[in-house]
Design a protein around this ligand. Structure first.
Ligand code: AVI
Length: 313
């Protein structure tokens, strides 16, 4: 059966009083490629910050795991795995007995990850899984081995606060007492640093956002004129939220073939495309405690821009 989730979400989002498109739709093949470019931009500090943490502090992270038997490392949304590899490398070279279990919805991403990991760490035990995070994690929770869950990259920032809470609740319900969770959070910092990371001069983030319209044109048979939309992003240091938008430059109507409907845009009307929330350590600790986790340690980069926080169930 054809999956019509994308079509339904776009129809609902563009029919709402306050138009919105979920940032999960950024990541088609083209969008994923643009995101790779974003991660290489000098303004986009989160990738380098987390790379630094995992390169310099993996020994400390491993020490804090404190598992005295073989364990699983279950990673949600591993991406290219370059950052995770810093941690895995340390475990392999320390002759620590573990199995790496990356989970991703994309079979292609998992295949590439498996090949890359095999090339870099041929001796590592790896058991990749393709599918929905939680149905996979549920299968694993019956496994007696202790587990470290990884949710890196600061992806949690793209969830609405109530969704982030639910997500940790779901993680928790798939974990045994003593299991651990390492999550990446982008931290509050000088607002100008954050603003520049999400509104780069080269226009890469702009292209990332506009690609949503190109994707709708291609996949849903729409006739968005990309030049009639602009990109705007705003960081509010009072609540730590970066919000990104597309802006309709003129009053216009757009037709979407799949839904067989016209959607009207007023001049300067917004389509909200992304939340990227920046956290304080207090907010992180609050999230852990309401979801019945204890904090083991916050592993931060030297500038304190980012933390990989280790929680225990
Ligand atoms: C994937 N995610 C953590 C990125 C972020 O920083 O929120 C997505 C992104 N959006 C614009 N630039 C990067």
């Amino acid at each position: 059966m054809e999956d019509t989730t994308f079509e339904k979400d776009i129809d609902a989002g563009l029919s709402a009083d306050f138009k919105h498109i979920s940032s999960r739709y950024f990541y088609d093949d083209i969008g994923s490629g643009i995101f790779q470019e974003i991660m290489k931009m000098p303004e986009y500090y989160p990738t380098a910050s987390e790379f630094e943490i995992l390169s310099l502090q993996s020994d400390k992270i491993i020490e804090k795991l404190d598992f005295n038997q073989p364990f699983n490392i279950v990673e949600f949304g591993a991406g290219d795995g370059i950052k995770t590899r810093q941690l895995l490398k340390k475990l392999v070279s320390g002759n620590i007995d573990f199995t790496y279990v990356p989970i991703d919805i994309s079979a292609k991403a998992i295949r590439e990850l498996k090949n890359n990991m095999f090339a870099a760490l041929p001796e590592m035990k790896i058991k990749p899984l393709v599918g929905n995070y939680f149905s996979m994690a549920e299968d694993l929770s019956s496994n007696e081995m202790p587990a470290l869950f990884l949710f890196l990259g600061g992806n949690i920032g793209n969830y609405q606060p109530e969704e982030a809470g639910q997500l940790f609740g779901q993680f928790g319900s798939n974990m045994k007492s003593g299991d651990k969770l390492l999550t990446g959070f982008d931290l509050r910092k000088n607002p100008a640093t954050i603003r520049n990371a999400y509104d780069d001069k080269q226009g890469i983030t702009r292209a990332f956002n506009l690609n949503l319209l190109t994707r709708i044109n291609r996949e849903l048979g729409a006739n968005f004129e990309i030049g009639q939309f602009d990109f705007y992003s705003h960081y509010d240091p009072a609540n730590g939220e970066v919000k990104s938008y597309l802006v309709s430059l003129v009053a216009q109507r757009v037709y979407i073939g799949k839904t067989n409907k016209y959607y009207s845009f007023k001049q300067n009307e917004l389509i909200w495309t992304e939340l990227s929330k920046k956290y304080t350590l207090e907010e992180i600790e609050g999230l852990a405690s309401v979801n019945n986790f204890g904090i083991v340690e916050h592993f931060m980069d030297c500038k304190h821009y980012f933390t990989d926080s280790l929680w225990i169930k």
